[in-house]
Design a binder for this molecule. Structure first.
Ligand code: ASP
Length: 573
């Protein structure tokens, strides 16, 4: 039984490719041998659902392209179980339809073998994660979907209460508070494959609802959380035939920025950044640049055409730089538009300092610092590094480079709110020695947080938590919450902390992203059965949608006419 994938009518013989989840099988209808079945088969069209009775025979000429290519079914009887309208696009991996059409007809899109493969892979990954965590003593525990705001730094999705007019549930941005409470409850090791909701303006690699593997454990050292995750990821990757082995490498946040210009560095290639500000310093006024100057060496880049260099300059500008400075290294010497300004001698030293060889191009860029205490030039050069790495094919796609990033600052400055906000969330632990600076020098406080990065993608983050009530209360205060506000929002949690809270810590990784990378896909939408568009819409179910006045009345809600898209600013505690 299955779907008619394709039909070929040769008069005496009709062939159909019959498709189901497992793949394709060839069916033959022979007019002479089985006239009744053959005549019925004349009516078949793409995507009809049929049942075929017959005998499996060895094919005269096998088809090595498909798994069932050695055999075919000689049909004796045909049952047409359902007909089908002509689909808006062919059910094939090479789909030419727009993504909008694919999403509108998602049930047809999902029939494509590639989507079946992705969904199956995702299932296998999640299953393996569950097995691995079960073996390591974790309980899967569900936490509420109708809850109250959790401060992960995004906007909440709100659900109005019918029973309590004027009151709202929030859909969880993460189960953060609940999983910490589960540690207070003595559950020791918790995990959950859980949907989280964040109402943010969507970028290509975000979904408003997404799935996390969320985890928390009691009495851990940072190392314990890392080991659990490494074992889990080794097994999840193995499902996709990707062999990785812990321990994953560790990188300090500052080093990651300094060397790769990113807190989620792609470690599949080198091309590290060099701070070459000192060589430019004397010419700061002449060249009119601000901030630091960072350089990368593009191997073989000395042959770049004018057009390629212009394109590189445009890219740097779009990344926030004023442009690029280049130095060409050839066998017969160094050449650069900077020769007059910096002098041949300085250029020579610069080339030595960055280790450029004949045939290379030194690409340097400067950017004015945007935020206090952050070197913007690093981020810009980091983007340039990735861009060049891609252009020059330096990224080894067969490598899977995991890294733990540690040593984050606890706070970051929010220019919009003109105050310090949590770099992660307000439950992240503080390095003990820095506790005394919480009130006096928050920018110096180091966090007990960590990120897991894979091939330049942040898979997720976690931390050893604050487990003392007094510290948590000071933390809320440092974030600008008054005692009343802290009690109003987190009173239940502060109370819970006072009843014997064990030290605890955990992490959450994005399942969609893991599945996307292991499936070799570029978009999260390729590994989510029913995803949303970047405008946060479900094109198939046509949601969001308006609701009836009756429904609104029941909830005690009236719709205000506002300018579309005008919403309150992000709240990040
Ligand atoms: N709740 C955090 C998040 O969703 C992860 C964690 O700290 O465990 O990013």
């Amino acid at each position: 039984m299955g779907w008619v994938h394709r039909r070929r009518d040769l008069g005496q013989l009709i062939f159909i490719d019959l498709r189901d989840r497992a793949g394709i099988a060839q069916i033959v209808f022979n007019k002479e041998l089985h006239p009744e079945a053959h005549s019925k088969a004349e009516a078949l069209r793409s995507e009809y659902v049929v049942a075929v009775e017959g005998r499996v025979l060895r094919r005269q000429k096998s088809n090595p392209e498909i798994a069932t290519g050695e055999v075919e079914v000689m049909a004796t009887r045909l049952h047409i179980l359902n007909n089908a309208k002509t689909p808006p696009f062919q059910i094939e991996d090479e789909v030419t339809a727009s993504e909008e059409t694919r999403l509108r007809y998602r049930y047809l899109d999902l029939r494509r073998p590639r989507m079946h493969r992705n969904i199956e892979l995702r299932h296998q990954i999640v299953l393996e994660i569950r097995k691995a965590l079960d073996e390591m003593g974790f309980f899967e525990i569900e936490t509420p979907m109708l809850t109250r705001s959790t401060p992960e730094g995004a906007r909440d999705y709100l659900v109005p209460s019918r029973v309590h007019h004027g009151q709202f549930y929030a859909l969880p941005q993460s189960p953060q508070i609940f999983k910490q409470i589960l540690m207070i409850s003595g559950m020791d090791r918790y995990y959950q494959i859980v949907r989280c909701f964040r109402d943010e303006d969507l970028r290509a690699d975000r979904q408003p609802e997404f799935t996390q593997i969320d985890l928390e454990m009691s009495f851990p050292r940072q190392q314990d959380v890392f080991e659990v995750m490494e074992r889990m990821m080794e097994r999840a990757c193995a499902v996709a035939g990707v062999r990785v082995k812990g321990p994953f490498r560790h990188l300090d946040y500052k080093d990651a920025l300094r060397r790769f210009g990113s807190d989620k560095p792609d470690l599949r290639f080198g091309m590290e950044l060099h701070n070459i500000t000192e060589f430019f310093e004397p010419a700061r006024a002449t060249l009119h640049f601000e901030g630091n100057v960072q350089a990368v060496v593009a191997p073989g880049g000395a042959t770049f055409s004018r057009k390629q260099l212009d394109e590189l300059g445009e890219f740097a500008k779009s990344a926030g730089a004023r442009g690029i400075y280049t130095v060409k290294v050839a066998a017969d010497g160094i050449s650069s538009p900077l020769e007059k300004t910096l002098g041949a001698e300085t250029l020579k030293h610069l080339v030595e300092a960055v280790g450029a060889k004949a045939g290379d191009l030194v690409v340097a860029t400067a950017a004015k610092d945007q935020i206090p205490h952050t070197d913007t030039s690093l981020g810009v050069a980091g983007q340039l590094r990735l861009h060049l790495g891609n252009k020059l094919n330096l990224i080894d796609r067969s490598r899977w480079e995991f890294a733990w990033i540690t040593g984050f600052a606890l706070f970051e400055w929010s220019e919009a709110e003109r105050r310090w906000v949590s770099a992660q969330h307000p439950f992240t632990g503080i390095v003990e020695e820095d506790l005394e600076k919480l009130e006096t020098a928050p920018w110096e406080c180091r966090s007990k947080g960590y990120d897991l990065v894979l091939n330049g993608n942040e898979l997720g983050s976690g931390s050893i938590r604050i487990h003392r009530q007094d510290v948590q209360a000071r933390m809320f205060k440092a974030l600008g919450l008054s005692d009343e506000q802290a009690r109003e929002r987190f009173g239940f949690f502060l109370d819970a902390l006072t009843y014997g809270t064990p030290p605890h810590g955990g992490i959450a990784l994005g399942i969609d992203r893991i599945a996307m990378l292991l499936a070799g896909e570029k978009s999260l939408r390729e590994v989510i059965a029913f995803p949303k568009t970047t405008a946060a819409q479900d094109l198939m179910a046509d949601s969001p949608s308006s609701v009836s006045t009756d429904q609104l009345d029941e909830l005690g809600i009236a719709i205000k006419k506002t300018e579309k898209g005008k919403a309150a600013g992000d709240e990040k505690l």
